[in-house]
Design a protein around this ligand. Structure first.
Ligand code: CA
Length: 355
């Protein structure tokens, strides 16, 4: 890797506006092995919290996040914005062999929602979001695939619950269990979701966490999972009818017709790397598939209240798709049964607590 191999014959700078938060005056300068990007945040809401990321594109390809970028002045990640940002990207740590490519940069700022009233942070830094009870239509929304296992739509009423804001991370698993799970995938990424854990492994985690906190933690039922995923939406995704590579970590090679193709990461990403849904939950689409408490079976007809799922079955439900799955499997209504005792790559989980 040679710094001399990096040339920028044409440096294009793009500004992106997200959620009324405007980024302006983006400039980039090469300084040896690093690229320094400066930007200004305009009209930041007082007391709001933003997550700022630097993204790049090579030769007009899809944008990808600069994983090793860090702020050297101003605020960068989930802290309050200053007027001026300076972000340094040690480019050779991520890319080598660049020569005469055109690099574009975007500075993306997304407002991080405050935890809803009644939410709290559990030991081990697990943020639990309070979800008031309510009624929703479970199953495929307008435009969603209508495979037999997703159907029929029916009204489901849920009592209030808490659900973790993110998938449980590798670090949180280690803090609770004392060691990594035996077949951990993408090992060594502390803020990435724990992955490659069987359903019984997860039950061990839940028992230990419950003992350490004096509360009874469980997996979500798939009704709780889908209610939180949709966050009031009835489209294919909580982002609408398409899912972009800026909205979720999934296999972008398998996109729906008329939805833009993007760049896949082919591995899990740190939780919270993509914008949350309207209720503040991260990575409900993609990153890792999430175990639910239910046995997998075709749905029963008719309205239900707090459905616990079938009494027995062959597989346990997994929801939300993953970094290796396409848009079809990332839809809000998608579901599949997985062999509970198998430690599937791509499978992780989040947790639920009753008030
Ligand atoms: Ca997920």
């Amino acid at each position: 890797m040679k710094a001399a191999g990096i040339l920028f014959p044409l440096l294009l700078l793009v500004c992106l506006k997200l959620q009324a938060q405007q980024i302006s005056d983006v400039t980039a300068v090469q300084q040896g092995n690093e690229i320094m990007v400066s930007a200004r945040m305009l009209n930041a809401e007082k007391n709001a919290v933003y997550s700022v990321e630097l993204w790049y594109s090579i030769n007009q390809a899809a944008f990808r996040p600069c994983k090793t970028a860090r702020c050297v002045s101003g605020d960068c990640s989930k802290i309050r914005p200053a007027d001026d940002l300076r972000i340094v990207w040690p480019v050779l740590e991520e890319l080598s062999g660049l020569a005469a490519e055109s690099l574009q940069f975007e500075v993306r700022a997304v407002r991080v929602p405050e935890l809803k009233s009644g939410s709290f942070t559990e030991k081990f830094g697990i943020d639990m979001i309070y979800v008031p009870g309510g009624t929703f239509v479970m199953g495929p929304g307008k435009g969603e695939s209508r495979f037999e296992e997703y159907y029929p739509n029916r009204e489901v009423t849920l009592s209030a619950y808490y659900m973790s804001k993110t998938e449980i991370t590798q670090k949180q698993w280690r803090d609770v269990m004392g060691s990594d799970p035996p077949e951990l995938s993408h090992k060594g990424c502390d803020q990435c979701p724990v992955e490659g854990v069987s359903w019984p492994d997860v039950q061990d985690f839940l028992k230990k966490l419950s003992a350490l906190t004096g509360k009874t933690y469980t997996l979500p039922t798939e009704a709780q999972w889908e209610y939180a995923c949709r966050a009031g939406t009835s489209t294919r995704f909580n982002t609408g009818d398409c899912l972009s590579d800026a909205q979720a970590n999934y296999n972008c090679d398998a996109a729906f017709e008329n939805c833009p193709a993007g760049r896949s990461r082919w591995e899990s990403s740190p939780v919270g790397s993509y914008p949350p849904n309207a209720w503040g939950f991260y990575d409900m689409h993609g990153n890792v598939i999430e175990w639910c408490s239910d046995w997998f079976e075709y749905y029963r007809q008719g309205a239900q209240t707090d459905p616990p799922g079938p009494e027995s079955g062959q597989g346990r439900v997994g929801r939300g798709g993953s970094w290796g799955f396409g848009q079809d499997e990332c839809q809000s209504a998608w579901r599949n049964g997985f062999i509970p005792t198998k430690r599937h790559e791509c499978l992780g989980f989040r947790i639920v607590l009753k008030p």
